[in-house]
Write a protein that binds this ligand. Structure first.
Ligand SMILES: [Zn+2]
Ligand SMILES: [Zn+2]
Length: 143
């Protein structure tokens, strides 16, 4: 948190209460959140949705927050500051998002493929798996 707030100042953006709240909410959440979910967790008086969105965009541009696409209409956001590397599993039926820290995440072959094909140097990745969660699986089994 401290480091994050210093990052704001260093880059010439004041660390406003709204920005601190957004970052705190994202750091505390184990799954990426939509702008609406973030706003709902900010204690009153809440900033308007466009302010939340603007702050998220700013925080993505300075590297404090990552935006995550989970095949939904709206993007989700997660803190990029806690260092934990997570992958996500999204249920196609109920939309539940689960997040897990892989024991081992070795994509070096894939990354060297990308380097070979595109000449692109991979520095990070985001992996989402889609399928059916355990709750939906049980429901289906009972029918
Ligand atoms: Zn489900
Ligand atoms: Zn990974």
């Amino acid at each position: 948190m401290r480091i994050a707030l210093d990052t704001f100042r260093r880059l010439g953006h004041p660390a406003t209460r709204g920005r601190e709240e957004i970052l705190r909410i994202l750091v505390e959440s184990s799954i990426p959140l939509s702008p609406r979910e973030i706003r709902e967790r900010i204690p009153a008086p809440r900033p308007d949705p466009s302010t939340v969105y603007r702050n998220l965009t700013l925080m993505v541009s300075i590297g404090l927050v990552r935006s995550v696409a989970l095949h939904e209409r709206s993007r989700r956001y997660e803190a990029a500051t806690d260092g934990a590397h997570r992958h996500r599993a999204v249920c196609r039926l109920c939309g539940r998002i689960e997040s897990f820290q892989p024991k081992r995440c070795d994509l070096s072959r894939l990354e060297s493929d990308i380097r070979g094909t595109l000449g692109f140097d991979v520095t990070d990745h985001s992996l989402e798996f889609f399928g059916e969660c355990s709750v939906c699986g049980e429901k289906r089994a009972k029918r």
